[in-house]
Design a protein around this ligand. Structure first.
Ligand SMILES: NC(=O)N[C@@H](CC(=O)O)C(=O)O
Ligand SMILES: [Zn+2]
Ligand SMILES: [Zn+2]
Length: 449
């Protein structure tokens, strides 16, 4: 397959990172020119009116559940990556908790290949840390790293690597290929039967609580392990004020740790459990308003490196049931950028350049996909791969799960009016989204690759 796009695009009047308007020329698979508005006029180019639109480097998600293989009724690699493109993403890391689990070179290569064939975004499979996510025996990390999928991120996400010796071995092993262990921090004994955040609301509702310390204890242990073996640790979906404090302390000490927060933990609280609507049941659970404030502050001051969606689509029958029986998780690919705009940009806590860092450059760097021909998260400069997302920050839209691109409807933002809309997404110079809608294969300019 060829990766060359055939159409030249002029993004007229786009504002890179929210700065002064320019013309961005995308030609072949690269950014060919950055010129004064109106100055760029290559022959046979398609001109996109980008007046008032912010241009960002294509977004990169370090934490997506695509569900294939195994739960194609909830999402497929095709539907999930199309949703990703609609959300402004040009690359996603596909979590390993599929059926079968992505714990061998064979499975990660299958996911990688299906992602490439779908062509909406670059799919980078995450490899499991342990065989079958069972937490007993290390998976074939080296074989996954050496496979065509070139896995660099390893995680038992959905489950915590709670055995300290297994965690130590994994941290040691991934050093050989500059990999990272992404931990789902959940002390299993402290969270047995847990249904929501442990606090005032869980006490009132009579639902089993999930204490903040169950997350914080694992993060504290893991940063010390990472320091001890001199390896790289990534903390998945951090959700409590105490977790922010621990990561801040670890970074101050020089420990090689990075952390992510999800869009939903930046805005929603455990008060939402009062309606017993399982849409709001998620792992880690929605926390308190004080925790929301702490993760916003942590993201703004750089303690938290990235926003990752933890897009967790679920089939209707796994959510249309009573709270205790429902699956944990909510979708997020198509609302992530809007939630970050609302909570961080429109509140004056971050600039669009910061958004580009937390949703593109930093996740690409953590996943080690920021170099080479298929580099992601690069600056919008001449010669760089033309991965570009155009956002209209002035747009407002009401979220409707049924109208989203993802195959599942478990969005926690149903009926919410959110700011910002993705108008166009380009993957190496090829439009995957135009006028706010995915560009289907038949209309696509050039060949998907
Ligand atoms: N976030 C969730 O609530 N669920 C995720 C697993 C996970 O991210 O821990 C899932 O796979 O559904
Ligand atoms: Zn998780
Ligand atoms: Zn997850």
């Amino acid at each position: 397959m060829s990766s060359a796009a055939t159409t030249t695009y002029v993004l007229r009047g786009a504002r890179p990172l929210g700065g002064e308007p320019v013309d961005l020329v995308l030609s072949g698979s690269v950014i060919a020119e950055v010129a004064a508005v109106g100055a760029a006029s290559p022959v046979d180019a398609v001109v996109v009116d980008a007046t008032g639109l912010v241009a960002l480097p294509g977004l990169v998600d370090l934490h997506t559940h695509l569900r294939e293989p195994g739960r194609e009724d909830a999402e497929t690699i095709e539907s999930g990556t199309r949703a990703a493109a609609a959300g402004g993403f040009t690359a996603v890391h596909a979590m390993a908790n599929t059926t079968p689990v992505a714990d061998t070179a064979g499975v990660v290569e299958q996911v990688w290949r299906l992602g490439r064939d779908a062509g909406w975004v670059d799919v980078h499979p995450v490899g499991a840390v342990s065989v079958g996510l069972a937490g007993r025996q290390l998976a074939e990390l080296g074989a996954m790293a050496d496979s065509a999928a070139r896995v660099r991120v390893f995680s038992d996400d959905g489950r915590c690597v709670d055995d300290p010796i297994l965690m130590r071995r994994a941290l040691e092993y991934v050093k050989a290929f500059d990999g990272v262990v992404a931990q789902h921090a959940q002390e299993p004994r402290l969270t047995e039967g847990a249904q929501m955040n442990e606090g005032v609301v869980s006490a009132e509702l009579g639902l089993a609580g999930w204490p903040a310390v169950a997350e914080e204890a694992i993060i504290a242990r893991d940063v010390l392990l990472a320091e001890h073996v001199g390896s790289r640790l990534h903390v998945c979906h951090l959700s409590t004020a105490g977790s922010v404090e621990i990561v801040r302390w670890a970074k101050g000490r020089g420990i090689d740790v990075t952390a992510e927060v999800t869009p939903h933990h930046l805005i929603l609280t455990d008060e939402l459990a009062r309606g017993y609507d399982p849409t709001f049941k998620v792992n880690p659970p929605l926390r308190t308003a004080a925790d929301v404030e702490a993760v916003r502050e942590g993201l703004a001051d750089g303690t938290i490196d990235i926003v990752a969606t933890d897009h967790a689509p679920h089939a209707r029958e796994d959510k249309d049931c009573e709270w205790a029986a429902a699956a944990f998780g909510m979708t997020g690919l198509e609302t992530a950028l809007s939630v970050v705009q609302q909570t961080m940009v429109d509140t004056g806590r971050m600039t669009w350049a910061d958004v580009a860092r937390v949703l593109s450059a930093a996740p690409a760097r953590i996943g080690r996909i920021d170099t080479g021909e298929r580099a992601q998260g690069r600056p919008l400069e001449v010669g760089e791969p033309a991965n570009v997302t155009l956002v209209d920050p002035a747009a407002r839209r009401v979220v409707d799960g049924a109208g989203q691109v993802t195959a599942s409807t478990n969005t926690p933002f149903q009926g919410h009016e959110l700011p910002g809309a993705v108008v166009a997404t380009f993957l190496r110079g090829r439009a995957t989204v135009l006028d706010g809608a995915p560009v289907e294969a038949a209309e696509a300019q050039g060949v998907r690759a």
